[in-house]
Design a protein around this ligand. Structure first.
Ligand SMILES: Nc1ncnc2c1ncn2[C@@H]1O[C@H](COP(=O)(O)OP(=O)(O)O)[C@@H](O)[C@H]1O
Ligand SMILES: [Mg+2]
Length: 573
């Protein structure tokens, strides 16, 4: 029978004397004595707090009450009779047990803290925001409870803090958002409803394997064209990057020691095996220890700041040369990869170096002027921005036509890494943006517009990047020096100088790469009613599902005829 404050359901039974009842109430059940405050007793936590400024940690009220009420009445008698040894032993055992329990609890809480802070709390906050419930940390953690051996990316059963059913679209958005914060890839949900609550089991596609299968990877590396080097192994096998895009520059961002140089080593070795010339700019000198062993027709390696400065100025001149050249000559330049290690620091160093150089140039010009000797008017006021930094900025804004690709690694790729650039400018300049150990701030800059997927944690070598509409996570292999050198020097012979041009050497084209205009007539169905025009084919090439280009010639993309034919076969059927 439901109880009602004004109706006694007990009838006229015998009841203990008032003082006993009061003591019982005071010391055992611990029910509130006066007016509204909260409803905690000694036996249960508060669930409602009537005071002003509601507290989130309501369980504290109960312990407070217990301590307060027992302090004056139970502690002094215990101390008074403490002369009796058995009682002391009993009390210390009690205190010892309570202490041990507290330590175990505290250690557990400490161990959970990282996971809670990084994954559970953000997920819970997102969950509460998604259903429009008021966020309460303790309750929310229970709603997103995970088993002890949970690892980021593992499936999770989430209880909704409301019993209101959601629309299908909202359900999907909730699963994606909450799943992303728990590092669950492409999260999908299965919903379960009973009378009491709504639960959703959130699970995703698998993460990359813990170990790289080198044999399978090397097979993929051998098959990869110049423009699609393999970055690592995804859940379903090797994953390639795509250098054939309008802004084919690569940005790598990750804290120190997360494997930026290791990933670059793998990429550069593959690119070199296709004959690409590479310039390493590495003030640390030893980031690419393996490249020191390469012959000079494969790469240049600069580490002194003056050399790096001069090299970048030369790269700037090369950009100018390629811009100014005859259209027919464009194809005779060698593809050039520029690797900029620890870009944040390097740009600051280049700035400092240039301030010194600039002063020296001005002073020399002034001295010449005073002695009435020949001097260059421009040397009296050289530009304030380092020409090396200017060349780098200019380079990353140039497109694929010039076939110069910048690879910029930084511990945290700051939005202002190139002066006044905004995050959006970094996104536009670098269309391949790789992240290790990312957080929300880095995500906003490099993967803005995509549903957040938390970094899954674990061993070094996990890298994430946006490819098309998907966010992909790969495991990068760790090649040793011998393997990298072997990979870089295998395959294609080099051709032409690294900077400048040599019109006598023909640039090798990728076998079978053809422009769409040459492939058009070989396509199936061209003599039927659904024949494609060249414009139609070019439009189709921009849509998903079309085979990726294997190379470029000037402005044109080159494709494998067999792949385009197979694509047409599929669309016709
Ligand atoms: N993909 C990987 N697999 C295994 N270990 C790695 C991987 N990437 C990096 N490491 C380890 O981390 C160390 C630092 O890597 P490094 O590439 O020099 O980092 P960064 O350039 O970001 O400072 C390497 O020496 C290696 O031991
Ligand atoms: Mg490094």
């Amino acid at each position: 029978m439901p109880s009602h404050p004004l109706i006694s359901t007990h009838g006229q039974h015998w009841r203990p004397p008032l003082v006993v009842r009061a003591l019982y109430r005071y010391l055992v059940t611990g029910r509130p004595l006066f007016g509204p405050g909260d409803n905690a007793t000694l036996l249960h936590h508060a669930t409602v707090d009537y005071r002003r400024g509601p507290r989130l940690r309501l369980q504290r009220r109960r312990w407070e009450r217990l301590a307060r009420r027992h302090a004056a009445l139970t502690v002094p008698p215990i101390v008074a009779i403490a002369g009796q040894w058995p009682l002391v032993a009993y009390e210390s055992a009690l205190v010892g047990a309570a202490g041990t329990y507290a330590v175990i609890r505290a250690r557990r809480a400490l161990a959970d803290r990282g996971v809670n802070r990084r994954y559970i709390d953000p997920a819970a906050r997102t969950l509460y925001a998604a259903v429009g419930a008021r966020y309460d940390k303790r309750r929310a953690r229970q709603d997103v409870a995970v088993p002890d051996d949970w690892a980021p990316g593992d499936p999770v059963v989430v209880t909704l803090p409301t019993d209101m059913p959601l629309t299908a679209a909202k359900e999907k958005a909730l699963v994606r958002a909450v799943g992303g914060r728990l590092a669950i890839q492409n999260a999908k949900g299965s919903w379960k409803r009973d009378e009491v609550r709504i639960r959703v089991d959130i699970h995703g596609t698998a993460l990359p394997p813990a170990e790289v299968d080198m044999a399978r990877l090397m097979e993929a590396v051998a098959a990869a064209p110049l423009t699609q080097p393999v970055a690592g192994v995804g859940p379903d096998g090797p994953v390639s990057l795509d250098y054939v895009q309008d802004s084919p520059h690569v940005a790598l961002s990750g804290p120190a020691g997360t494997g930026k140089s290791t990933l670059l080593r793998f990429l550069m070795a593959q690119r070199m095996s296709h004959g690409v010339g590479t310039i390493f700019l590495d003030a640390k000198r030893w980031s690419h220890r393996w490249a020191h062993e390469l012959p000079s027709d494969r790469c240049q390696y600069w580490y002194r700041i003056a050399d790096i400065h001069n090299s970048l100025v030369a790269i700037g001149e090369e950009l100018g040369r390629r811009i100014e050249c005859d259209p027919s000559e464009l194809g005779t330049f060698r593809t050039l990869d520029v690797v900029v290690e620890e870009a944040n620091t390097l740009i600051k160093m280049l700035g400092t170096y240039w301030r010194g150089e600039r002063r020296r140039i001005i002073n020399e010009a002034k001295a010449l002027k005073e002695q009435d000797m020949d001097y260059d008017e421009a040397d009296l006021d050289p530009p304030a921005l380092s020409p090396a930094v200017a060349a780098m900025q200019f380079g990353v804004n140039m497109g694929r036509e010039l076939q110069m690709h910048f690879h910029v690694a930084a511990q945290r790729l700051e939005a202002n890494i190139f002066g006044s650039n905004s995050g959006a400018a970094v996104r536009q300049s670098f269309q391949i943006r790789l992240m290790a150990q990312w957080d929300m701030a880095l995500w906003k800059m490099l993967a803005s517009g995509h549903e957040y997927v938390a970094w899954p944690g674990g061993k070094r070598g996990l890298w994430g990047f946006v490819q098309g509409t998907e966010f992909v996570i790969v495991r990068v292999p760790h090649l040793d020096i011998a393997q990298s050198v072997q990979l870089a020097t295998s395959g294609q012979d080099t051709y032409g100088p690294i900077l400048g041009q040599d019109t006598r050497v023909a640039k090798p084209s990728i076998e079978g790469g053809l422009p769409l205009s040459s492939i058009l007539d070989t396509l199936p169905g061209q003599d039927g009613p659904r024949a494609l025009s060249l414009d139609g084919l070019r439009t189709a090439a921009k849509r998903p599902g079309f085979p990726a280009p294997v190379d470029t010639a000037g402005r044109a993309y080159l494709y494998l005829a067999s792949e385009v034919q197979a694509w047409r076969e599929r669309t016709l059927s």
